[in-house]
Design a protein. Structure first.
Length: 252
């Protein structure tokens, strides 16, 4: 995958920034298009990654026309844009559907229309037997990406599905570090577990999947599961633990 033009949706997120660095250092890209809707995050990222091969495109995956403009001459697309917070999705279900499902359909359509060679979408373990809206939208996204291979002659589309990214924005580890300042950590249930992957491992796995895919695969890494209580006690063993109960499937 050397000497290609790349586009990353949600490119200013934790994953996007790390994968852009890796592509710049190891894949000799012709160009990398960072596609996202937050101008401040793009400005901040450009101050850190000021490389002439990077193009910062303001746009939303909900906007098919803008995606088509951005996809011109793109060879490889990584679809990382999504609304990921479980409570946010429950309270804003229409918005979650527009981004995670309609937005993903737009990415698929733009990539097929512009003959992008390889497209891979980032999914989550919450898409397996989903009990919340976020997981359900990601399960639909997976179905869309796999089924799209039936409609495409020149574009291969696949999915990577993994667990919680250690230390990523909005994840439980930075949340516990903030809670530790108050002296109390809040946990849903003592038996709650999470599958963990580091940011670098996630990037490497996505790039590996891109190199191996032929279209229609769901790539799932083998990950260790860890109890949330063990994570909490390692981060702040001196803090009190308060159990707040498992989230309901729907929020009032």
């Amino acid at each position: 995958m050397l000497n290609k033009t790349w586009l990353i949706t949600g490119g200013t997120g934790s994953f996007g920034k790390e994968v852009v660095k890796t592509i710049l250092n190891e894949y000799q890209p012709v160009k990398i298009i960072v596609f996202s809707r937050d101008e401040l995050k793009q400005f901040e990222m450009a101050n850190v990654l000021n490389d002439e091969r990077i193009r910062y495109f303001i746009g939303d995956v909900r906007d098919l026309g803008r995606l088509r403009m951005a996809m011109n001459d793109v060879n490889v697309c990584i679809h990382a844009a999504a609304l990921k917070q479980v409570p946010t999705a429950e309270y804003n279900p229409f918005e979650c559907v527009k981004t995670n499902i309609i937005g993903s359909q737009n990415v698929i359509q733009a990539c097929i229309d512009l003959n992008v060679e390889r497209v891979i979408a980032l999914s989550t373990d919450k898409a397996v037997h989903p009990v919340n809206l976020y997981g359900k939208t990601k399960a639909v996204m997976e179905n869309l990406f796999i089924a799209a291979n039936h409609y495409s002659r020149h574009t291969a589309l696949s999915v990577v599905r993994y667990g919680n990214v250690e230390g990523s924005r909005g994840s439980v580890i930075p949340m516990f570090r903030e809670q530790a300042k108050t002296g109390t950590l809040y946990i849903t249930h003592p038996d709650m577990t999470r599958f963990w992957i580091t940011l670098n491992e996630g990037v490497r796995f996505v790039l590996y999947a891109l190199s191996k895919m032929t279209g229609g695969e769901i790539f799932v890494p083998k990950l260790n599961a860890t109890k949330i209580i063990d994570i909490a006690l390692n981060i702040a063993p001196e803090c009190n633990i308060e159990y707040i109960g498992i989230r309901p499937e729907n929020y009032d």
